[in-house]
Design a protein around this ligand. Structure first.
Ligand SMILES: [Zn+2]
Length: 74
């Protein structure tokens, strides 16, 4: 019983932390959004980056108050 309660507490805490910002894992741009793909039932989540054209299920999520994005340049 105690464990279940702890899990609920964690969820609550996560919610209160507010929305996190999404960044492209390739170029670090915040201009990334969920793709409105027609085959969404095959690929549940796909993100598209406006900046570099990245497309895939993986994004970087950072909380706003966590500070700066790492500047990864190639
Ligand atoms: Zn990108």
């Amino acid at each position: 019983m105690g464990i279940l309660r702890n899990i609920l507490e964690v969820f609550k805490t996560l919610r209160y932390r507010g929305p996190s910002k999404m960044y492209c894992p390739r170029c670090g741009s915040p201009r990334i959004h969920l793709s409105s793909s027609l085959d969404y039932w095959l690929t549940p989540k796909s993100y598209v980056c406006d900046e570099c054209g990245y497309r895939g299920p993986i994004i970087m999520e950072l909380e706003e108050d966590e500070g700066k994005t790492q500047n990864v340049e190639d």
